[in-house]
Design a protein around this ligand. Structure first.
Ligand code: PGA
Length: 313
C-alpha cells in the first residue's frame, strides 16, 4: 500500500537497522527504548531509508484495520441504533472494519449490519464445544457468520485471570478452525514504569507464537493497560516505539514476511480527536477501539483516519 506523507521519516521501521534485542533483560529493553527515543529525535539525514519527499511510510504491508470492541455494553435498543448509524456511515474503502458486540447480540448484529463491516466475538472457548457451561465455541461463532475473535484482552487477562497458556490455546484453536484472531498484548503501568514494557509484550507475543499454526489470520493489538478506558492515550511516539519493537520481534522470531504483513494496531483511549495523529505513525496499522466505538459517527471518523496516512504533499 503506497502511503504519502508530508515529512521525511527518519525512523525507518523494518528497513532501519535495529539493535540486538535481549528479550529477558529489562535494562537492555529500557536502553532500546531510549535508543529508539534518541532515533526519533535525530535529523532525517541519519536514516537508512532515503527521504521520499511526501511519503508517509507504512512499515507493514497489510491493509489498515479498525476494530470496535463494544465490551459488555448496550441494550437491544442502543445496539440497533449503533448498527443503524454504522450502516449509514461513509467509510473509506481501504480499511478492514470489524465490530465485536456482546455475545447475546452477535447474531442480530451480524444479520442487521452491512456486509462492509465484519463481526468479531470478544472471546471463544479453547476447543470444541460441549459440557462447558457459559462458554461459546468457535464452531458456534462460525455458524452465525462471525469471522474474528478478540483474545488476550487485558480485561480478560487481569480481571478474569486468563494466562498466556490459556489464551494461546484459544488462539490456536480459533485459527485452526478458520477464525481470525485479534491478539492483544500490553503492559501494566507499573511494568512500564519498571522498564519492562518490551519484556511483557515479547512474552505475550511468544505465548501466541509458540502455538499458532500461522500468522496469516492474526492482527496484533498493542494495548497498554494504563491507556485502556482511562482517557490517557499513549502518545503517537510511545505507541510507535512499541509497534516497531513488536515488528522487529516478529522479524527476528518468526520471519521478515510475517513482520511485514502482520497488522499491528493500537488500542487504549483512541477517539475521534487523537486517531489522526496516531494513524500517521508508520508502524500503526489501525486501531482497536473501546468507548469511542459505541458512537457510530465517531467510530467512522476513526476508521477514516486512514486518510491521514495519505496526506498529499
Ligand atoms: P478504550 O478500550 O478505547 O475504551 O480505551 C480499548 C480496548 O479495550 O480495546
Amino acid at each position: 500500500m503506497a502511503m504519502i506523507s508530508t515529512y521525511c521519516p527518519h525512523f525507518t521501521g523494518l528497513r532501519r537497522s535495529s539493535p540486538n534485542l535481549h528479550h529477558n533483560n529489562s535494562q537492555q529493553s529500557q536502553s532500546f527504548l531510549q535508543h529508539i527515543d534518541s532515533q526519533l529525535r535525530l535529523p532525517s539525514s541519519s536514516s537508512g531509508r532515503p527521504c521520499r519527499g511526501a511519503v508517509t511510510a507504512m512499515a507493514g504491508s497489510g491493509k489498515f484495520f479498525v476494530g470496535g470492541n463494544w465490551k459488555c455494553n448496550g441494550t437491544k435498543d442502543s445496539i440497533m441504533k449503533l448498527v443503524s448509524d454504522l450502516n449509514s456511515a461513509k467509510l473509506e474503502t481501504d480499511v478492514d472494519v470489524v465490530v465485536a458486540p456482546p455475545f447475546v447480540y452477535l447474531d442480530k448484529v451480524k444479520a442487521s449490519l452491512t456486509d462492509r463491516i465484519e463481526v468479531s466475538a470478544q472471546n471463544s472457548w479453547i476447543g470444541k464445544g460441549g459440557a462447558f457451561t457459559g462458554e461459546i465455541s468457535v464452531e458456534q461463532l462460525k455458524d452465525i457468520g462471525c469471522k474474528w475473535v478478540i483474545l488476550g484482552h487485558s480485561e480478560r487477562r487481569h480481571i478474569i485471570g486468563e494466562d498466556d497458556q490459556f489464551i494461546g490455546k484459544k488462539a490456536a484453536y480459533a485459527l485452526n478452525e478458520g477464525l481470525g484472531v485479534i491478539a492483544c498484548i500490553g503492559e501494566l503501568l507499573e511494568e512500564r514504569e519498571a522498564g519492562k514494557t518490551f519484556d511483557v509484550c515479547f512474552q505475550q507475543l511468544k505465548a501466541f507464537s509458540d502455538v499458532v499454526p500461522s500468522w496469516e489470520n492474526i492482527v496484533i493489538a498493542y494495548e497498554p493497560v494504563w491507556a485502556i478506558g482511562t482517557g490517557k492515550v499513549a502518545t503517537p511516539q510511545q505507541a510507535q516505539e512499541v509497534h516497531v519493537a513488536v515488528r522487529d520481534w516478529l522479524k527476528k522470531n518468526v520471519s521478515e514476511e510475517v513482520a511485514s504483513k502482520t497488522r499491528i494496531i493500537y488500542g487504549g483511549s483512541v477517539n475521534g480527536s487523537n486517531c489522526a495523529e496516531l494513524a500517521k505513525k508508520e508502524d500503526i496499522d489501525g486501531f482497536l477501539v473501546g468507548g469511542a466505538s459505541l458512537k457510530g459517527p465517531e467510530f467512522a471518523t476513526i476508521v477514516n483516519s486512514v486518510t491521514s496516512k495519505k496526506v498529499a504533499a
